[in-house]
Design a protein around this ligand. Structure first.
Ligand code: BTN
Length: 257
């Protein structure tokens, strides 16, 4: 069983930890639990997912026995547009966890990928329900490629993915990794609720390699190209277009060009 070795904080309690050998998606399960009365800090973990969800309707390949797939339920006192900040916070906690586990070259890519040398090591998918502007709950799902080799993924994924064992040449205890992430996340989450986004933004930027890079940004509304200037105080990406105009990206996919 994939158990975090110890859950000692106040947010993630052992009684709110749900392990499944197989689920379609831990995000789907956590969303269902959150629609009921599952408390903040509920964590859903699966050893395997049959319909792992990625961003933008993509599939997250989730074979059994090797990787980490989990989702957390949060009930933060936020308005809907602040939820992007929580996803960035999760990315910061994740990159810190991975660096501490030995993946020293891990970086964050806006909005929520963890990359090593341009290849994807981990991804985050946040889903939320709000009533009017007020957030009722957020589910943050995290997938980390841990002990399976990227070469074992379907070809189109294998080319763009990397795993911890590919990098470290030794396997990593998934329960220990999960516990370390939950501890790190809890620390940042407490700080965010008290101090706001400023320290999270600063921490996140320390792991970002985006600034000054020419990019193409693919959004629902179309495609824009330009150079990344900054991630602003709300967590949105600022792009300077060729004509000098500034463009603020709230949601999209960034491709380096
Ligand atoms: C992405 O980079 O596209 C986001 C991937 C998120 C995958 C995780 S695995 C655990 C959780 N359950 C899901 O169905 N998706 C997320």
């Amino acid at each position: 069983m994939l158990l975090p070795d110890d859950l000692t904080g106040k947010l993630f309690l052992p009684q709110n930890y749900h392990f499944h050998a197989v689920l379609d998606s831990t995000n789907r399960e956590a969303m269902d639990l959150a629609h009921g009365d599952a408390p903040e800090g509920t964590v859903v973990v699966a050893d395997q997912q049959t319909k792992g969800r990625g961003r933008l309707g993509r599939v997250w390949v989730s074979p059994p026995g090797v990787n980490l797939y989990f989702s957390m339920i949060l009930r933060p006192p936020l308005v809907a547009r602040q939820v992007a900040q929580l996803t960035l916070l999760a990315g910061l906690a994740l990159v810190e966890t991975l660096v501490a586990a030995g993946v020293v070259e891990a970086v964050v890519k806006w909005p929520n990928d963890i990359l090593v040398h341009g290849k994807k090591l981990a991804g985050i998918l946040s889903e939320m329900v709000a009533v009017g502007e007020r957030v009722r709950f957020v589910v943050i799902g995290v997938g980390v490629n841990v002990n399976g080799h990227a070469a074992s993924f379907p070809q189109e994924v294998a080319e763009r993915a990397v795993t911890m064992v590919d990098i470290l040449c030794q396997s990593t205890d998934r329960g220990g990794l999960l516990a370390e992430f939950l501890r790190t996340f809890e620390g940042w989450y407490g700080r965010y609720l008290q101090e706001g986004f400023v320290p999270v933004r600063q921490g996140w930027l320390g792991y970002a390699r985006l600034m000054g890079q020419p990019v193409r940004v693919e959004m629902a509304s179309g495609v824009q190209t330009g150079v990344v200037l900054d991630m602003d105080e709300d967590g949105f990406l600022l792009i300077r277009q060729k004509e000098g105009e500034l463009f603020r990206v709230m949601a999209g996919d960034v491709v380096f060009i």
